[in-house]
Design a protein around this ligand. Sequence first.
Ligand code: NI
Length: 171
Amino acid sequence: MAIREIIVLPDKQLRLVSRPIEKVTPEIRALAADMFETMYDAPGIGLAAIQVAEPIRLITMDIAKKEDGTDPRVFINPEILSSSEETSTYEEGCLSIPEYYEEVERPARVRVRFMDLDGKMHEEDAEGLYATCIQHEIDHLNGKLFVDYLSKLKRDRVLKKFTKAAKLSEK
Ligand code: NI
């Protein structure tokens, strides 16, 4: 296992649409293991493969409370089957937009279908933090970021900040 580099805004790869995984290979398992190590190290609660520059539809997540230990979960080719009318608002952050947090409103509950590392299909109803997190991560697979839900003013401001930081670190 290895900690991978997490790509950050304004890296254009974050806008790629990730491709479906046809088969769970040893390479996919190894990538998932690396993603967990990277995610726990960051630390973060969710990571999409594109955030380590792999444009495939793979997500790792662990939303367990500290006192409950760990609950590592893998989502392959996840799809939202339905979303509730009711919404909820969470303060979101993203490992690809470090140290930036804003409130985002999303459907409060979603039904999600995905495959696990054994190639088994699952369908689950997600609510609370799980619902928010899985929607945020699936957005990554579609090249979408949580700042896209903010006002243009806020989005432009954060993009400018990260573009400037990237230029400074190049020099
Ligand atoms: Ni994110």
